[in-house]
Design a protein around this ligand. Structure first.
Ligand code: GDP
Ligand code: MG
Length: 251
């Protein structure tokens, strides 16, 4: 009889939270596929598995549920890091993080790391937030300089189309400090706001690797702790019946 299929369990869970359209799926896509698409199906995989050295990291995207069904508290259960994402051109998306999304993190690990990420930096700056095209993409595919009409008002790249920045780095850092206070973590040795507040562009790739890799490095202690507690490192695929798709599963 064949051996039952076994899969290595993710060592750690990272979740991306934030309002619809801030670019959560695009950030994950940019990091994992090195690409940006103006229209991307957000209703898709629920998590992506990333091999980080000897470790397996699962990165959870909302799969559109923030739009259609809301997100339950299960979404953040057991998370070692939460990426709270807003759109730098939309103040309301920062406010929503505190009003709607922060309470969902109550089920995250007690030593969870919080990053505050202001995406769409390319829309507010014609020069400094640009990056080289990645992996053979042409300038047009990767960091197009022409305004791409997208219904949601997110073209990008064309200096004439730049939008006003509505959220400053200081606003984001102030939110980070309030998150620590909400979590009762201000007295613990948490990383300072400067290390965990990022401005990114999924469109140009600006700061995207830095964001994910900083977080991965920071969750390593959490992985080591879990391993030392002897949590089993494989799951039986027969029992779990994970859907067939390659990278993503459904929660
Ligand atoms: N200009 C620009 N547009 C972006 C960026 N990130 C995402 N978008 C666009 O914003 C829209 C929403 O992105 P999506 O990733 O689906 O957001 P989500 O709902 O948070 O997952 C799409 O039209 C994306 O192409 C970015 O960094 N810059
Ligand atoms: Mg999405």
């Amino acid at each position: 009889m064949p051996e039952p299929a076994k899969m290595r369990k993710p060592d750690v869970k990272v979740v991306i939270l934030g309002d619809m359209n801030v670019g959560k799926t695009s950030l994950l896509h940019r990091y994992t596929e090195r690409k940006f698409k103006d229209t991307i199906s957000t209703v898709g995989g629920a998590f992506f598995l990333k091999q980080w050295g000897p470790y397996n990291i699962s990165i959870w995207d909302t799969a559109g549920r923030e739009q259609f069904h809301g997100l339950g508290s299960m979404y953040c259960r057991g998370a070692s890091a939460v990426i709270l994402t807003y759109d730098v051109t939309n103040w309301q998306t920062l406010a929503e993080l505190e009003d709607r999304f922060l309470s969902l993190t109550d089920t995250a690990n007690s030593d969870c790391i919080y990053a505050i990420v202001g995406n769409k930096a390319d829309l507010t700056d014609s020069g400094t937030h640009r990056a080289e095209p990645l992996d053979g993409q042409t300038e047009q595919e990767g960091v197009g300089t022409e305004l791409q009409p997208t219904g949601g008002g997110v073209g990008g790249g064309d200096p004439a189309a730049l939008l006003q920045k509505q959220v400053s780095q200081e606003d984001a850092r102030a939110l980070y400090n309030r998150v620590l206070r909400y979590k009762g973590m201000e007295d613990k040795a948490c990383p300072p706001a400067e290390r965990l507040c990022f401005e990114t562009s999924a469109k140009t790739g600006y700061n995207v690797d830095e964001l994910f890799e900083t977080i991965f490095d920071m969750v390593l202690p959490s992985i080591l702790k879990k391993r030392s507690q002897g949590t089993p490192s494989t799951i039986d695929l027969e029992e779990c019946r994970v859907p067939k798709s390659t990278k993503a599963g459904c929660c």
